[in-house]
Design a protein around this ligand. Structure first.
Ligand SMILES: [Zn+2]
Ligand SMILES: [Zn+2]
Length: 559
């Protein structure tokens, strides 16, 4: 049955789901299981002894790569979109890997103080200050909703003039190339494996294949205008199949010629009723997975072009990953939730949901070897959901001062690359064993000096003392007053690369070794919307709101 969805082994978490009450700087990511549910609820998702074997890329392309000369004819006019498929009896908002809110006493206008930090006060300095993302001093945080809205526009990029020059003194990404010419933002682009080439799709409706010329510059070998702005793409290097998602809901499929000078239209899928937000082509199954602004997740057979099934997500999806071995799909949406579905040929089952972000999920990255899912969010954080570890660990990584926009994982070196709307590129060492942040404790008085908090009228009256604001130590989770938590420290082993509030006794206990950074920070000097990492050469592509694509040699920092 098309669009069928059966509630599966739904896991019930306890505790509140994280809502507006959570502080941005407060760690979070506690996932809980009810006692009557066996922990390895994602056992089918975990790899027990053997790693997944990916079938060899044996299948030939569906269409012959005998291209027509440019310019390509426009694809045939779209047929009317299919009716929306609403998955029956399936509530994605239930069950799951729930991060618990740890804030109490949230009174409008009387929220506990937020921490300030700046990289200058960071201990354990990275190699060079120039590597740091410039961090403005934070003013006390408004509510998370306001904060998200405020974060959206992003700061204007700094001037680019002094960028292209060798920097042998510090270990940082080396800018190899700027690829320019798009009239609007390039929503997605990929590095062509084994070629000095880039494929880009843009809001200006163009699909371009850029090849490096003798002059050293990248110049389009293909320039094709689509009928609608191009929102996303998926490129399969083995078959050179390019699937392009459009603003009008259509997915258009092309085959690129071997020399990347021509592209041949194959077929169109009327996949969504509005803008396609993500596409994944799965060669092994001949599936095209997609999400749209119509809040639909859909999958099509790439052989027949037929729609196989759909699922209605709770919000517009902006992250999509797939585990080929177990056929689980991960969908991150703007409500901050990650939905996990098990796909069959023509139906799907809701497995569970992960909730831990206070902002929308902006990017997902699945590592099929370690069985770890990373989610990046507009709440500035990345959460690592350790599915393979079978313990329900969810580690929060705080290293951005703006929304996280894109993620990529370098499997061979176990490094996560996260990119922010402020241009920050953070390279995380994932070989480091990090701990979950502690539960924030509830108390009506400071757990260090016993002074009452401001809502504790009885103790205030009895002791004739004025109530204090409540803060939480990020290391031990105790509820403390401002006086007992006057110091700040980074706690990299808990994912806090920036300085956060700690109580005085924890501050004394943290050693300098524990403060050593576990990530490096770099500035791409443009507000990143999308990245692609080519692991074979260690190249990173960043696409920015400045309509420029930059190619970076990451080998100085990813190795
Ligand atoms: Zn105190
Ligand atoms: Zn403490």
């Amino acid at each position: 049955m098309e669009g069928a969805c059966v509630p599966g082994a739904v896991l019930r978490g306890f505790g509140n789901s994280v809502g507006a009450g959570r502080k941005w700087a407060g760690g979070l990511a506690h996932a809980y299981w009810a006692a009557n549910v066996p922990p390895p609820f994602l056992g089918f998702l975990t790899s027990s002894t053997t790693l997944p074997e990916v079938p060899p890329p044996s299948r030939p392309p569906a269409a012959t790569p005998c291209g027509r000369p440019r310019p390509l004819p426009a694809p045939p006019p779209s047929s009317p979109p299919p009716p929306p498929v609403v998955a029956p009896a399936c509530n994605p908002g239930r069950g799951g890997f729930v991060a618990r809110s740890r804030e109490r006493g949230v009174v409008p206008g009387a929220r506990p103080g937020y921490d300030r930090w700046s990289p200058a006060s960071r201990s354990g300095q990275p190699e060079s200050l120039s590597q740091l993302v410039p961090v403005p001093e934070r003013s006390p945080q408004p509510s998370s909703a306001v904060r998200l809205a405020a974060a959206a526009p992003g700061a204007p990029p700094p001037p680019m003039a002094a960028e292209i020059q060798p920097k042998p003194l510090t270990r940082k990404p080396i800018l190899l190339q700027r690829v320019e010419g798009s009239q609007e933002v390039v929503n997605m682009a990929v590095i062509v494996p084994k070629e000095e080439g880039v494929i880009s799709v843009s809001e200006d409706r163009t699909v371009r294949v850029w090849l490096k010329r003798d002059s050293g510059q990248y110049w389009p070998s293909i320039y094709h205008m689509m009928p609608s702005p191009c929102s996303c793409m998926s490129f399969n290097p083995e078959t050179r199949r390019l699937s392009i998602g459009l603003d009008n809901g259509t997915i258009s499929e092309f085959i690129l010629s071997e020399d990347y000078n021509k592209m041949t239209p194959v077929k169109n899928y009327q996949a969504h009723q509005s803008r396609v937000t993500m596409i994944l082509f799965v060669l092994e199954l001949e599936w095209v997975l997609s999400t749209g602004q119509d809040k639909q997740f859909a999958w099509h057979c790439s052989e027949s072009g037929q729609r196989l099934g759909g699922y209605r997500t709770s919000a517009v999806a902006s992250g999509l990953q797939f585990d080929v071995e177990t056929r689980h799909v991960f969908i991150g949406d703007q409500s901050g939730q990650v939905t996990i579905l098990k796909l069959e040929q023509d139906n799907c089952t809701l497995v569970t949901t992960f909730r831990g972000h206070t902002g929308g999920v902006t990017a997902l990255c699945w590592d099929p070897v370690q069985r770890v899912l990373f989610s990046g969010s507009s709440d500035h954080s990345v959460i690592m959901w350790d599915i393979g570890g079978r313990k329900g660990t969810a580690i929060e990584l705080q290293g951005h001062n703006d929304k996280v926009q894109a993620l990529s994982y370098a499997q061979h070196t176990r490094q996560l690359i996260s990119c922010g709307g402020d241009g920050g590129i953070v390279v995380w060492n994932m070989d480091v064993e990090r701990q979950e942040t502690p539960e924030w404790l509830d108390s009506d008085s400071c757990q260090k000096c016993d002074q009452p908090f401001f809502w504790n009228f009885k103790q205030m009256w009895d002791s004739k003392k004025i109530g204090l604001r409540q803060h939480h130590c990020r290391k031990c989770g105790k509820a403390v007053c401002g006086k007992c938590s006057s110091k700040r420290s980074s706690i990299p082993l808990m994912g806090f690369e920036f300085e956060v509030r700690v109580c005085d006794s924890c501050h004394e206990a943290i050693t300098d070794e524990e403060r050593a950074p576990t990530a490096t920070f770099h500035d791409s000097k443009h507000n990143i919307v999308h990245v692609h990492f080519d692991a074979t050469r260690g190249w990173l592509l960043t696409s920015g709101t400045d309509k420029v694509i930059k190619l970076w040699d990451m080998t100085p920092v990813v190795s």
